[in-house]
Write a protein that binds this ligand. Sequence first.
Ligand code: GLA
Length: 730
Amino acid sequence: MGIYINEQEKFFSLKTNNTEYQMQADEYGVLKHIWYGERVENNMSYLLEYPDVGFSGNPYDAGNDRTYSLNTLPLEYACSGIGDFRIPAVSVKHSDGSCALDLRYKSFKIKKGKYNITGMPAVYGNESDSETLEIILYDTSGKIEITLRYGVLEKYDIITRSAVIRNLGQKSVILEKAASLCLDIPHFEWELVHFHGRHAMERLSQRSPLINGIQEIASTRGTSSHQHNPSFILCSPECTENSGECIGSFFVYSGSFQAQVERDELGQIRAVMGIHPGLFSWNLKPGDIFETPEAVLTYSKNGFSKLSYNFHKVIREHICRGKYKLAERPVLINNWEATYFDFNSDKILEIAKESAELGVDMLVLDDGWFGKRDDDCSGLGDWFVNEKKLQGGIYELAENVKNMGMRFGLWFEPEMISEDSELYREHPEWAIRIPDRQPTRGRYQLVLDMSREDVQDYLYKVISNILDSAEISYIKWDMNRSICDWYSGFLTAEGQGELPHRYMLGLYALLERLTSDYPEILFEGCSGGGGRFDAGMLYYCPQIWCSDDTDAYERTKIQYGTSFIYPVSSVGSHVSVVPNHQTGRITPMETRAITAMAGSFGYELDLSSLSEQDKQSVKLHIKKFREYAPLIHNGKYYRLSNPINDNYALWEFVSDDETEALVHGMVYRTEPNMKRKSIKLEGLNPDYQYQVNGSSEVYSGAALMKGGILLPKAWGDYCPVEFHLKKQEG
Ligand code: GLA
């Protein structure tokens, strides 16, 4: 298996099929990070240097040796207050006000299978596919023990990290920072790729050199956020899709986070990622433990494509759970862009009837079906049906939809409360707000204190009442504002810094209860589109509405960025009307369908109002998606262009046995008198002959990968591209 230990030398190596991660405790018991990269089968500590760098400081037990400094060595879990002036992974405040933590090696444990984290999402694995290494470190003066946990999924080239901090002293300490990942890279040059954005324009990829100093990606919004995704990639300057080195990490957490990358005075890199320390403190009483969420790592020597492959596979197979994790997803029709708040049963059934005729699997009723909710000013929290809009209630509507041959799904925004709601009138104390201050509103609404068990119980009760009242096969779990005004009447003054993380624990507890009690239901995450698109939510919801921007052109950029970390099956993606509601842009129907097929496919429009021609296209596209879905969701995904720079967006899915591939995308703008571009394909078998789109065109895999395929002659803007390649037998 993947964990190798030389006990005498206190040397630890985590080996996966193609990667190796090394650590070693030295003569002082300091756990040094030695290597993360390609498999080398050699203790790489010979590369460590011990320069005498001015103003670096030396531990007392190093005596007069000025070359031994924690400020210059690569460390496995850096502490504050003891002479390493780079970003710390952990900081505490002791009862005497001091902040030092000096962790030294104590022992280790190896366990079969993958560790779990209490009450939090994490990569899961069993005894045959994963192993756990625990390294126990101890601060003798402060009596703090920290267990570093490493999960090794050998076949996936995946290493996970989390820490457990235990107070073994007699007095409380305040934990002020507890990162999940601390990765020192003392060698070579690196660049940073991360995914930034805003509402309706999430996860745009950005690549930049590292500056001397600290670069930060973070959210203080109580959600992982539209603005920065909790993930990053460090890559060699020459790294491309299929060559060069890269190390990626994503955080299995949905709340505020911070990822920092520091390039120090010696050009060494340190990357740290975890719960955002600015919104965190934890009162660790004697005997208490704190478990950090998990960070997941992979390394590729063959560029971004392999890195994404590793992440897609581990997310699909070891983070997503339940009936739908690998299953084909239903084709949805969602009424949001068709009706917004303005609907009644008749209107919904009209859309349902048309949808059923065109081949849609499931109707999702979005916002506005409950309480007094005719706009976004009221009603959140009142999760009982608005009979004025839906005569006969959810039961009758769901039955009618079922009788048309479709399943039924429903939108909820459980974490929110409108001031104009019965719930708020009854329980104003359940909203997060600071006493004697006016609360901050977001989309007119306040946020429920999810750390409270009575709030969780209320939500469980009202949601399960609805779920038990009718045949409901899907839930869209929305969350439509950033959180501030952190305060909980429920916690002591000392414990207030715990609220943002306790909120997440409460949310996860509720999701765990509902997803395990209703295993047949498909949960789709959402937060104003993709404001909480992270691996934490994917543990409960195997798909997440990728963005409120349904414009096919913009979506190619959003989905491109998303694809670096997250698998196609996790991307909720729908066809909507033109002119598009977010941009006013007009794109062809075929292009919209192709773009939405790079995800968990559906429609977000009034199908009953389409032209006959468009309706025929919808029929065809649904049929096509069903045919291609196994290839799209289970195949290997390749990015063939960079839509931020190129005049076209192209991506490719290849089946594991390389007998089938699908190239999809669009040419953005058409130019007259121009020759066609040839695009090199990826992942084919060079020796196979591939037939293109069922025609007489047949080319070898080698030709298609080395010479490429000519894009179609474009006519009009956003011209669709589709090549379906099938291995020719014989
Ligand atoms: C959010 C979601 C949309 C829709 C609305 C309803 O913005 O992202 O898809 O559900 O809320 O209010």
